[in-house]
Design a protein around this ligand. Sequence first.
Ligand code: ADP
Ligand code: MG
Length: 240
Amino acid sequence: MVQLTKVNKYFGDLHVLRDIDLSVGSGEVVVVIGPSGSGKSTLCRTINRLEPIDSGEIRIDGQPLPAEGRALAQLRADVGMVFQSFNLFAHKTVLENVTLGPIKVRKKPKGDAEEKAMQLLRRVGVANQATKYPAQLSGGQQQRVAIARALAMEPKVILFDEPTSALDPEMIKEVLDVMVDLARGGMTMVVVTHEMGFARNAADRVVFMSDGQILEDRTPEEFFDAPRTDRAKDFLSKIL
Ligand code: ADP
Ligand code: MG
């Protein structure tokens, strides 16, 4: 579903992604971990072309990433993204946040979009907040709305960039529970997170990044029980 081949990216002199090879199969859940500054967010942003790459190739469902125009808009619609900071539209209600993309980009009739949105809001447990504005919700509720908004586009893959890092501790579980439910339901997911419990429970593979490189790409059991590289051992000793 997602295939990166020899992807390189620079910010000026900083070589932020180095020869990245990564493939994520349909229904697979890949957790990306690594120290701050190792390139995890940049990796996510290149996958839906929020950031251009300097060399290499990215394919989504077999299709190369288009550079611009309608083809790019279509591709972005296939690649959902959930950010650390929720990024809901502040001046729109919860329901409008979830229906906007399907109506504008997918050209769904408003009634259909609203019906689907309410189903998704029920699925993530915030249907009773549908007429409220984001600022009236807790962080955990806002992030669950952001997940419903991503799902409403019927994406082929969803990228999560530290989706629980901005949440108070008591709200982390309610968001992780929704993500585990999605993972078990067969959604293709790339998840940058420091939640090692999620990685162990829900990931098919753990990718460890350091200094723009993928140093390990293995099952959670293999990775956590016997990390191969010193960088990974060092990282795990600090967070576990
Ligand atoms: P991570 O998500 O793993 O913490 P990032 O992908 O955010 O890492 O950043 C990787 C490196 O690229 C860091 O050194 C960061 O400072 C740098 N970087 C990220 N975004 C930009 C940008 N827009 N311009 C210049 N440097 C950037
Ligand atoms: Mg980051």
